[in-house]
Design a protein. Structure first.
Length: 394
């Protein structure tokens, strides 16, 4: 499972996030085409290679034409709802603007949809929010997490005068988010847009076990001498071979078996590593089935909650166990220029080589795209992955 970890030790903003995503490999031409795709004509996109305290970073800047009347948050939500982006991106982008509208509305005492943003700020927010969320999708990130967020120190200038850091709307947006205290940042470290991105992208602290794949730095506009004014994003894989796991089990006899698959999907979305079911004989001769779930220790509560929510059970048994598994990693094979399949690579003990297994959902998607049987696609993906692994060891 590919994950991303936000490291906002110097804060987070929309442009810093975009820069870090470009540094991780998101294509620059995708970002340059984004304003046109969203119907925001006349916007210029500049990407620079800069250095912050000796660290190479990508810096993103938009040149936005001014419009005298600006836009309301409700208008921005409608713009995003009609944007040519995936449902995954659209859902999170709309939620981000709803959070911004609610926060600004609470500060200024107006309805969220009537919060007014001047043109440059409004367009910049659309590009930052939609671009950042779609950038994670471009990287194939399945879940994102965040370390404590730095908010800065001192005061920030606003249209209404000097305000303490974090500014009122930013403070509301960061409610429930773990913050970093102290630090070298003077002034505003985290912007409202950055705070909204943390809220809609990050699912709390990172998992207990993960493997680093790559990191990228996105620069802010300021260049202080005492610290790198930049956001780091770590691209990683969740380590499924984590040793301690929670085992959850329950028996149900009043739930139709056709709802087992939606239950399984909900449990996996909550963090479960494996879900199994089998028939059981229950009291009074009733037929039922047992659901047994393996979950990382740190998400046991979330998985338990999903089990209660998506089944008819009234009680869940839970115990801890040690789990011995093979080390694993993931490679991606390209079947055509537009069709790829992720393949799991399991390291055999005692240097006996590897086993490869194409990801089932990717195989089905590739089979639909190519008009070929899934079994045939799986064989081709396995063969190509074995060749790729062998070549990497030469």
């Amino acid at each position: 499972m590919r994950i991303a970890i936000l490291d906002p030790a110097a804060g987070i903003s929309g442009d810093m996030t975009l820069g870090a995503l470009l540094a991780l490999g998101v294509p620059q031409d995708w970002l340059e085409a984004l304003p046109g795709r969203l119907g925001l004509g006349g916007v210029g996109v500049t990407v620079r290679d800069v250095v912050r305290c000796g660290v190479a970073c990508k810096q993103v800047e938009f040149t936005i034409p001014e419009r005298p009347h600006g836009r309301h948050v409700g208008e921005l939500v409608r713009l995003v709802e009609g944007a040519p982006v995936s449902d995954w991106v659209k859902e999170r982008a709309v939620r981000a603007f709803q959070l911004v509208g609610d926060a600004e509305g609470r500060v200024h005492g107006v309805a969220p949809e009537n919060v007014h943003l001047h043109e440059v700020g409004a367009v910049d927010a659309v590009l930052d929010i939609v671009g950042a969320i779609e950038g994670f999708e471009q990287l194939g990130v399945e879940a994102a997490y965040a370390w404590p967020v730095a908010v800065g120190n001192g005061w920030v200038e606003s249209a209404h005068g000097r305000l303490p850091v974090p500014a009122p709307a930013t403070a509301i947006l960061l409610e429930g988010v773990e913050l970093a205290t102290g630090g070298p940042v003077e002034g505003e470290a985290t912007t409202p847009t950055g705070a909204a991105l943390v809220r809609v992208l990050a699912a709390g602290s990172p998992p207990g076990q993960w493997r680093m794949m790559k990191s990228g730095w996105g620069a802010g506009q300021r260049n202080p001498k005492r610290y790198p004014n930049a956001l780091r994003i770590l691209l990683a894989e969740q380590a499924a071979e984590a040793g301690r796991v929670a085992l959850l089990a329950t028996d149900v006899d009043d739930m139709s078996p056709e709802y087992v698959e939606p239950l399984r999907q909900a449990l996996v979305a909550a963090g479960a590593l494996d879900v199994q079911t089998w028939p059981v004989q229950m009291k009074k001769g009733r037929s039922g089935f047992r659901v047994e779930v393996v979950a990382p220790e740190d998400v046991a509560e979330a998985v338990t909650a999903a089990l209660f929510r998506h089944s008819t059970t009234a009680g869940v048994r839970r115990w801890m166990a040690e789990r011995a598994t093979l080390a694993r990693r993931q490679v991606t094979v390209r079947l055509t220029p537009d069709v790829t399949v992720r393949v799991k690579v399991l390291e055999q003990p005692d240097a006996e080589g590897v086993r490869v297994k194409p990801e089932y959902d990717d195989v089905l998607a590739a089979a639909r795209a190519l008009g070929r049987p899934p079994l045939e696609v799986a064989r081709v993906a396995q063969r190509d992955a074995e060749a790729l692994v062998a070549k990497s060891k030469e």
